[in-house]
Design a protein around this ligand. Structure first.
Ligand code: HEC
Length: 194
């Protein structure tokens, strides 16, 4: 009986070895599995951009501009209004910061309504200038902050819908009043510690 079991074990081993060699392409030389910081950052940005554009078009533009049902305001809680796209974005980024330190993100501009959204680091200043001068292009750099190296990416934040330009142009604190649809209004910064 013992003998039979052993025989079965040998057969099973042999067939699993066969299976392994049949499905594996020389595992020792396989490319390392992983995603580059740039690819990770680009993918995160694709989600942020989609959420931001859809909120502006399908919620703000529709309910505020077309249906005239509700307004969008910085003081959305007191005024029972819709939060601004930039506020939605910041609330998301604050929630992400509570859950992970694998990356962080924010929204900045050379013409900020809120002075806190001014570029601060050298990479942010250089990146904003680059995306303004090179429409449609992203900016990537490695920067060191407080002794920690980061992969830093800056993506153009574009006026994808009329309310983007209109609201900024009409805002009393906006240093720029001639934004048009399609303009780069600022940049999304994504930072990944290396
Ligand atoms: C209803 C008004 C309104 C709309 C619509 C709006 N914004 Fe803003 N935006 C603001 C205000 C107010 C701030 C500052 C909010 C803050 O940081 O608390 C801001 C912040 C920003 C910032 C950060 C720099 C700054 O000005 O403080 C960028 C960049 C920006 N918005 C771009 C856009 C884009 C692009 C859209 C469309 C997708 C958009 N905004 C839609 C009012 C608006």
């Amino acid at each position: 009986m013992k003998y039979v079991n052993k025989a079965i074990a040998v057969v099973t081993l042999a067939s699993s070895t066969l299976l392994l060699s049949a499905c594996g392409d020389e595992p020792s030389t396989a490319a390392p599995v992983g995603v580059s910081p740039q690819k990770m950052s680009d993918a995160l940005h694709a989600v942020m951009e989609a959420d931001r554009a859809i909120y502006t078009k399908k919620v703000i533009a529709r309910l505020v501009k077309q249906e005239k049902l509700i307004k969008a305001s910085e003081h959305w809680e007191d005024e029972k209004a819709l939060p601004l796209p930039a506020q939605m974005f910041r609330m998301g980024s604050e929630r992400v910061a509570e859950n992970t330190s694998d990356f962080s993100y924010s929204l900045i501009s050379a013409w900020p309504i809120n002075k806190q959204n001014e570029p601060k680091t050298d990479a942010e200043k250089e990146g904003l200038k680059y995306i303004e001068d090179n429409p449609g292009k992203n900016f990537y750099k490695t920067e060191s902050l407080g002794g920690q190296a980061y992969f830093t990416a800056i993506y153009p934040d574009v006026a994808v819908a009329a309310p983007c330009a209109d609201c900024h142009n009409d805002h009393k604190d906006s240093p720029k009043t001639d934004f048009k649809i399609g303009d780069t209004m600022g940049g999304v910064v994504i930072r990944i510690p290396l």
